[in-house]
Design a protein. Structure first.
Length: 156
């Protein structure tokens, strides 16, 4: 299990190799890599171009929140390995923002846990996003679609 918040880019292949090295109990590995997209599309609506995205966070608080999210995934699924690498700072279109990787003896648990982690990171991780567009800068608000995706993981 590993959580990192960093400004530097990451190498997906190297991260996966380190995560799985020597662990022969992993039967399935699911991963998600989030990228800065040039155009934000929601429900068929195209917004203007995004030149860059700046992510801000509170050191210490952010890592603790990510560790709590990761611990919740470990409580829910039989996981052999987890990795969350989230970047901060100014990122251009095409740059990697986040890597979530989950290893489990079975693929179903790996897929579900990875999806859970991505959904909860999107809504519960304390990051603030500032978009740079040709029209100027603006802070990104939460989106109800992200909230709905995270809500399905709430315990009944």
């Amino acid at each position: 299990m590993s959580v990192r918040v960093q400004e530097a880019d990451f190498d997906v292949g190297a991260e996966i190799a380190a995560l799985t090295a020597g662990n022969t109990n992993i039967g399935g590995l699911a991963l998600f890599v989030g990228l800065v997209r040039e155009r934000h599309v929601r429900e068929g609506l195209h917004r203007e171009r995004i030149d860059a995205l700046t992510l801000e966070h509170y050191p210490g608080m952010t890592e603790t929140a990510l560790e709590e999210i990761e611990a919740e995934a470990r409580r829910r699924w039989p996981l052999e390995a987890t990795l969350i690498v989230h970047r901060y700072g100014r990122l251009a279109a095409g740059d990697r923002i986040v890597l979530v990787a989950v290893g489990s003896p079975h693929r179903e648990a790996a897929f579900e846990a990875c999806e859970f982690l991505v959904d909860w990171l999107k809504t519960k991780a304390p990051f603030w996003k500032l978009e740079e567009t040709p029209a100027g800068e603006k802070w990104v608000d939460a989106h109800e679609g992200d909230d709905a995706a995270a809500k399905r993981w709430e315990k009944k």
